[in-house]
Design a protein around this ligand. Structure first.
Ligand code: FAD
Length: 503
């Protein structure tokens, strides 16, 4: 007998076996996984958490909306918690695993149809299993001149999972939820809701106008557990006639403040249209070196070691990148404006830089980050602040102090989206080393607490930290989430614990 997986909380083994039998009838026997070995891909974590705490009871692979409805009916009947995933690679936040032990994974990767691409209105409609690579290939094969915006791990992951997490990318369409238009959602009771214009029978405007009539609902289905999203409309960027990616290097560690001030001004004036990403020296170095090649001492790698090694690769303490898009006639005057502004702020401008993530080139190069330490452990932390130099410096100092206490390096990409700055920070560790894992866990907790205590809230966290993050936003907000949960999912079967929302 193969080893059995865990049971969902409060469900007997007899009931669970019966439920699995009914689920097999819904999706086909090959698409219900319940042996522990088969579930290995759904257990694997990069975050500093124990796999046992997030172990799924099984996985059901639905291939259609009717399958999703059938699965929900069985789970309501047996009160089995169900954790929906799209491409299931939420790496550095929990991958495919559920927030609490014993949930059944609802894997939607078999729903992988690109349902529509409108090259005139620059929209697409996709199912959850569609990857950015698949959509990219679809556009290229048909010579459709539309660009995608994708996360760093773009080829492996997809627009629905990323957008529902309110993920980000590097072009002017980098706020993915802001560039989504229209959802199809299966509610816990099996009813199908189409948001925006999609509720109107025969509507031709589902992917072009977001709001429809009445309250705007789409946000409720992001970072939540109120429904299963089975279709999402996307806005795609018309390929620009030309573009120019720039790098601005600040050779002084304090240059971070001036960089943020200048980037915000140019973003808000519309001169720069995409997020301005500032990478620190250590983060940039991960593409060129491994930690052990530079330093074997105890504690975090000292700044002087990082800066000296970085300089050899032309990397400054702070490195800002962005792209100018348009026609060459539009780009020329903007290039003058931004060059003058960044030089006046103390930056050194390299006006012909390459960063494919800002220009529709999918790649896996950002995974080199994981080689810095080795061992596959990664947790992202992204506190949000106003896009002001003084806040960026304060966040940098908080991060260095807390990470330093745990001997961890400060690897950061503070990104100016407009008025807001997201101080994206990576905690890297060897996942196979139990002591290192515990240190990363403690460090994450303390760093999150320090950011929050300074008013810098976390806007996306891993499955092990959702309750804590939700608590930091206060009881009223939690009560409202709970009220919505009870109204939309009275049995509490959908993803309990997601974003700290329980019944
Ligand atoms: C090297 C590297 C670089 C990265 N770069 C970025 C980056 O630039 N930007 C960024 O945003 N992230 C980045 N990530 C983090 C993460 O891997 C991506 O955000 C990825 O897109 C998320 O995984 P996914 O798309 O497979 O989503 P999934 O894992 O499928 O979904 C994520 C979560 O959304 C919910 N969900 C998913 N589908 C549904 C559904 N259909 N209905 C209801 N709920 C659902 C579930 O709670 C699920 O756990 C990076 C990770 C790594 C390792």
């Amino acid at each position: 007998m193969p080893p059995r997986a865990v049971l969902p909380a409060g469900v007997s083994s007899t009931s669970f076996a019966r439920a699995l039998g009914e689920l097999r009838k819904v999706v086909g026997p090959a698409y219900v996984l319940a042996d522990r070995e088969e579930l290995a891909p759904y257990r694997k974590l990069m975050i500093p958490a124990a796999e046992e705490e997030h172990e799924p009871s099984g996985a059901v692979l639905a291939a259609s909306l009717e399958h999703v409805q059938g699965v929900l009916a069985v789970c309501n009947k047996y009160k089995i918690p169900l954790w929906p995933i799209s491409t299931g690679r939420n790496l550095g936040y929990g991958a495919a695993a559920p927030a609490t032990r014993g949930q059944l994974i609802l894997d939607l990767k078999r729903m992988d149809r690109i349902l529509a691409v409108d090259s005139v209105l620059c929209t697409a409609l996709v199912e959850p299993g569609v990857t950015y690579q698949q959509l990219h290939d679809h556009l290229q094969e048909r010579s459709i001149a539309l660009w995608l915006d994708f996360p760093g791990d773009g080829p492996l992951v997809g627009p629905i999972g990323n957008t529902l997490e309110r993920g980000t990318g590097a072009t002017p369409y980098g706020d993915h939820f802001a560039h989504a238009c229209g959802m199809e959602i299966v509610l816990a009771d099996g009813r199908v809701l189409r948001t925006g214009m999609g509720s109107l029978p025969g509507s031709a405007s589902w992917q072009v106008f977001k709001y429809g009539y009445g309250p705007y609902l789409d946000g409720l289905f992001t970072q939540s557990n109120f429904g299963v999203v089975t279709k999402l409309g996307l806005w795609l960027m018309p390929a620009p006639a030309a573009y120019r990616t720039l790098l601005v290097r600040y050779w002084d560690d304090q240059g971070l403040a001036a960089a943020v001030e200048t980037a915000r001004t140019l973003r808000l004036s519309g001169t720069i249209r995409n997020p301005c990403r500032l990478s620190n020296a250590a983060l940039m170095l991960t593409a060129a070196s491994r930690r052990a090649e530079l330093y074997q001492g105890s504690g975090a790698v000292p700044n002087n070691v990082i800066f000296a090694a970085a300089r050899q690769h032309g990397i400054a303490p702070w490195n800002l990148t962005f792209t100018l898009y348009g026609t060459s006639e539009q780009i020329a005057p903007s290039l003058d404006i931004v060059t003058r502004a960044f030089e006046a702020s103390g930056g050194e401008v390299v006006s012909d830089y390459h960063d494919g993530s800002q220009s529709n080139e999918l790649s896996l190069s950002s995974f080199s980050l994981l080689d810095w330490v080795g061992g596959g452990g990664l947790a992202w932390l992204a506190p949000v602040s106003p896009a002001r130099g003084v806040d960026a410096i304060r966040q940098r100092d908080i991060a260095r102090a807390v990470l330093g206490m745990y001997g961890m390096d400060y690897l950061a990409a503070p990104t100016v989206y407009g008025r807001d700055l997201h101080h994206l920070t990576a905690i890297l560790f060897d996942h196979d080393d139990l002591q290192a894992l515990q240190r990363a866990k403690d460090c994450f907790r303390d760093l999150a607490a320090a950011f929050t205590a300074n008013g810098y809230g976390l806007v996306r966290v891993g499955i092990d930290f959702m309750d804590q993050a939700a608590r930091s936003y206060g009881e009223t907000r939690r009560d409202v989430n709970r009220a919505l949960k009870r109204a939309l999912d009275p049995n509490g079967i959908l993803a309990p614990g997601k974003s700290g929302i329980h019944r």
